[in-house]
Write a protein that binds this ligand. Structure first.
Ligand SMILES: O=C(O)CCC(=O)C(=O)O
Ligand SMILES: [Fe+2]
Length: 218
């Protein structure tokens, strides 16, 4: 399941973050790619440092605090975020993400868009699915999460600059189909509650959801 989540950051948050990022140093993004992905990666990433670490943690806290992210991803832990910048001519060709990063198994990949879609051309995140390609370019502050098992790429930027934060989650639920099933079940349960309150049907769905978690969570 590919899910887009609106307003993970507010417009004020985005503007403040962009200002802070503009003052920091970026370096060749190939430093963090596996040997296959290195061949097709052309972008810049924020260098490590004290401010970088603080910014990463601030943004990660906003992502983790978002109820829809929590429900769709079921994060057990996140890798440190990467802030990436793509100028004109930059792209990231087709690749699959490393299965392990920073000691975590990568189950879900996500991109938080930080530049306004009108300010650059190209730069879509293109994800291969059995039904074809999904090209994603979202307003600043919005996030897309997708299974790390997929082949994907970032289309070449042909005007302006693409700024994103990317990260990976190890999920309590390793399997994407199970994550989707739990997401749907919990979404239906919440809707039922909003419409009818705590009915017997709600209780049964709550029981099923909790027990599937017990069966699958790791
Ligand atoms: O920038 C993006 O949207 C995704 C980048 C990516 O695929 C990666 O860093 O592995
Ligand atoms: Fe990737």
């Amino acid at each position: 399941m590919l899910i887009t989540i609106a307003n993970v950051l507010s417009q004020e948050d985005v503007i403040e973050l962009r200002d802070k990022l503009a003052a920091l140093r970026f370096e060749d993004g190939r430093a963090t790619a596996g040997w296959g992905a290195k061949l097709v990666k052309a972008n810049q990433q924020m260098r490590d440092g004290v401010t970088a670490r603080l910014l990463r943690e601030e943004v990660a806290a906003k992502i983790r605090g978002h109820a829809v992210f929590d429900l769709a991803v079921r994060p057990r832990a996140l890798t440190p975020l990467l802030f990436s910048r793509y100028g004109v001519g930059d792209a990231y060709g087709t690749h699959v993400d490393n299965p392990m990063m920073d000691g975590l198994r990568t189950d879900v990949s996500f991109t938080l868009f930080l530049s306004d879609p009108e300010s650059d051309d190209g730069g879509e995140l293109v994800i291969e699915t059995p039904a074809g390609e999904d090209a994603v370019k979202l307003p600043a502050g919005h996030l897309v999460a997708y299974p790390s098992t997929t082949l994907h790429r970032v289309a070449e930027v042909t005007r302006g600059e693409r700024l994103v934060a990317v990260g990976w989650a190890q999920s309590h639920i390793r399997d994407a189909a199970r994550r989707e099933l739990l997401f749907d079940l919990d979404t239906a349960r919440r809707r039922l509650f909003d419409r009818h309150g705590k009915t017997e049907d709600f209780d049964l769905l709550a029981k099923t959801s909790a027990n599937l978690m017990r069966m699958w969570a790791e």
